[in-house]
Design a protein around this ligand. Structure first.
Ligand code: PLP
Length: 361
């Protein structure tokens, strides 16, 4: 069958996600397993969100609202943008795929950083695009080199901000300097999946920039801080013209009805989520201090995950941790042979991670 297949997909390495807890329990016969591998919120949705989901579940015989009417209105109000400047996706992953589908033809070029979020590259490969990848410099975007890679064929530049796995971000001034220097007919895709975790003053205010730079799209998600990874809901904010293009390639019922009501309830329960952000920040400090005590080097992160460097191969460490019921991410598929990425968990989970890590080392 491989001879029949769209040739572009033969270049694609299938995405390998973090292992689900149940799979590790099943395969290793372990009872107590903790997952710190996919940058999920360890606390789960708020009680109000669970109630909204339960009420909505009575109507699961119906198709969802293809326009996400109520969520759209509420989010537009919160973000101070027009409702028509929003697009919703089955996770913000889908917005990446829609942008490629709408703007990139075979032979076009896409600029990304390396290592970066893998979906940018996978989606571009499927479309038959040529990928211009620019290595990070000291785990930060090298925007100067990235703008130097622009050619007349460039369609999209992806900026994960903060990016995964590095955990660092491009500052407001750096971003403006970059945008000033590039053609306005290139889509600049700013992925803010970790937006809610970044508290720093020099983090870009991209919604403000949207007014001046009509070639921007900003995406955010309910998967990370809002803890709805399992329901799949992300959104994009851009000029109406860009949104119109994306809507043409979007499937009519791409966002399910439970996700829509859950997200709406999340927005109305900010108190619950602000507390989680605060707790995770404290836990990040805890992990930094314990990792330092273990003599390990790590990257300070603006997100809910940390990259940790070892003097040995990360694969062996990941496997050893797994056997003791701690799932983390081996970063060798990203070319970071000696790194693991660990998501900040609850206090109990983080203590367990540090204990098990000590045993393993
Ligand atoms: C997790 C993540 C996403 C998207 O997740 P969705 O669940 O599809 O919304 C997007 N970008 C980055 C950099 C991520 O780490």
């Amino acid at each position: 069958m491989k001879s029949l297949v769209n040739k572009n997909i033969l270049r694609v390495q299938p995405y390998v996600p973090g292992k689900p807890i149940e799979e590790v329990q099943r395969e290793l016969g372990l009872k107590e397993v903790i997952k710190l591998a996919s940058n999920e919120n360890p606390f789960g949705p708020s009680p109000k969100v669970l109630k909204a989901i339960s009420l909505e579940s009575r109507h699961l015989n119906r198709y969802p609202d293809g326009q996400c009417f109520y969520l759209r209105l509420q989010l537009a109000k919160r973000l101070k943008v027009k409702p028509t400047q929003l697009i919703f996706g089955n996770g913000s992953d889908e917005i990446i795929v829609l942008a490629i589908r709408a703007f990139v033809e075979a032979g076009d070029e896409v600029v990304i950083a390396r290592p970066s979020f893998l979906i940018y590259e996978i989606a571009a490969q499927i479309a038959g695009a040529t990928i211009q990848d620019v290595p990070l410099k000291n785990f930060r975007y090298d925007l100067e080199t990235m703008s130097g890679r622009i050619t007349p064929k460039t369609k999209i530049i992806f900026i994960g901000n903060p990016d995964n796995p590095a955990g660092t971000y491009v500052t407001h001034n750096q971003l403006v300097g970059f945008l000033e220097n590039i053609r306005r007919d290139i889509l600049v895709f700013i992925d803010e999946a970790y937006y809610e975790f970044v508290g720093d003053n020099d983090y870009p205010n991209t919604l403000k920039l949207l007014k001046e730079y009509r070639n921007l799209i900003v995406t955010r998600t309910f998967s990370k801080m809002y803890g709805l990874a399992g329901l799949r809901l992300g959104y994009g904010i851009a000029d109406e013209e860009i949104i119109d293009c994306l809507n043409r390639v979007r499937e009519p019922f791409n966002v399910n009805s439970l996700a829509q009501v859950a997200a709406l309830a999340c927005l109305k329960d900010q108190k619950y989520y602000r507390r989680i952000v605060k707790l995770l920040k404290e836990q990040k400090k805890f992990l930094y201090s314990r990792l330092s005590k273990l003599g390990l080097s790590f990257k300070e992160s603006a997100t809910n995950f940390i990259l940790i460097e070892f003097k040995q191969k990360a694969e062996a460490i990941t496997q050893a941790l797994l056997k003791k019921g701690v799932i983390v991410r081996d970063m060798s598929p990203w070319g970071l042979e000696n790194f693991i990425r660990v998501t900040i968990g609850t206090s109990k989970e983080n203590k367990r991670f540090i204990e098990v890590l000590k045993e393993v080392l």
